[in-house]
Each structure stands twice: as C-alpha cells, then as structure tokens.
Design a protein around this ligand. Structure first.
Ligand code: SF4
Length: 182
C-alpha cells in the first residue's frame, strides 16, 4: 500500500481541525537522498507520512459500515488532489491513477476545482522550501521533532490560502503544547 506523505500544512490542518495528536497519525519514514521532500535528521533523510494499520491501509481509513475517511474535512493535500494534476491551467487525470474507476472519471473531473489543486501545489512548494532551508542549515543530527518545530516557526499563516481556518493553532504551537512527544 502506498504511503501518504505529509506537508507541514497537512499536519497543522489535521491537528487543528480534527483535534488529533501528532503521535496518533505521523510516521517518520526513510526517504531517498534525491527526494525534494526529504529532510536530514539523525544522519539520514526522512519524510513525514501517515501511520498505517497493520494491513498497511491508512490510519484514517475506517471500515465500520462502509469505507470512510476519518479526516474528511482535513485531508492531506495528496488525498485532496488525487488523482488529478494541473498542467497549463487544465485539470488532468494522472496517468498512474489507481482510482476512481473509469466510469466515475467524468463525474469527478467536474467535482475537482482548479483552486483546490492550486492550493495543494502551493502547500507542497512551501513545504519543499522549508525542507531545503532546513537541509542547508542543519548539522544532520537533529531529530524529526526539531525539523517539525523549525517548519512551524517558518509558517506564515497570514499568507496561507487557507490561513483563517488554522490561526487557532498558532498559540498552541508557540507555547510548545503540541508536538512534544514525537
Ligand atoms: S483520503 Fe483519508 S483515509 Fe484515504 S488515504 Fe487520505 S487520509 Fe487516509
């Protein structure tokens, strides 16, 4: 099962809108050296991704009555944009899309908005900037927690497209009440 990589914005979104604790849902996984999302920690390259159940399905996937996402209103950008891409202002279905089935493609194309895709790209580009800045200054031996705090300090929620929804988290992370247990 594929892993869902997380940006710092995904983490803020899930904590602030879904009241989740970071240790409930974040895994720090090893990453390839040339991965632009990989930050240097503990002598390795790593990424944040969603934890998984023992069957490797997403930690937020529930099967109680039917398959359901437990963080529907705070989905990570990867989930929000899947399986679409934006190219020259046009929305496309990704070539490697595993779902939805072909008979749903036309419906889902109508549902996806260009603004949603642009916001997802914006988040990933900013996250990569934080990663690049961190990799330029770190000794390489700091912890994933240190990278998380570094990124949180770089966040400018005023310029964030979805900023108004997340400002309530600012006081929490500034007083270090979150993320203390990673
Ligand atoms: S849509 Fe929800 S359940 Fe599915 S991978 Fe994303 S967070 Fe997990």
């Amino acid at each position: 099962m594929l892993r869902v990589d997380l940006t710092i914005y995904d983490i803020v979104r899930i904590v602030s809108l879904e009241n989740k604790q970071v240790e409930e849902f974040i895994d720090t996984t090893l990453a390839r050296d040339d991965d632009p999302n990989a930050f240097r920690v503990l002598g390795k390259k790593a990424k944040f991704s969603l934890k998984q159940h023992s069957d490797a399905s997403c930690i937020f996937l529930t099967r109680k009555k039917s398959l359901k996402c437990l963080v529907e209103d705070a989905k990570p950008a990867i989930c929000l944009q899947y399986p679409f891409n934006l190219h020259n202002g046009q929305i496309f279905i990704r070539n490697d899309a595993l779902c939805p089935p072909q008979n749903q493609v036309a419906v889902d194309l109508k549902k996806m908005s260009k603004k949603t895709l642009e916001d997802c790209y914006w988040e990933w580009n900013k996250h990569r900037e934080f990663v690049a800045d961190w990799n330029a200054i770190t000794s390489g031996n700091e912890s994933p927690n240190d990278f998380l705090y570094f990124s949180l300090r770089q966040l400018n929620l005023e310029s964030y497209p979805l900023g108004s929804a997340y400002r309530k988290i600012r006081g929490l992370f500034l007083t270090h009440k979150l993320f203390s247990t990673i």
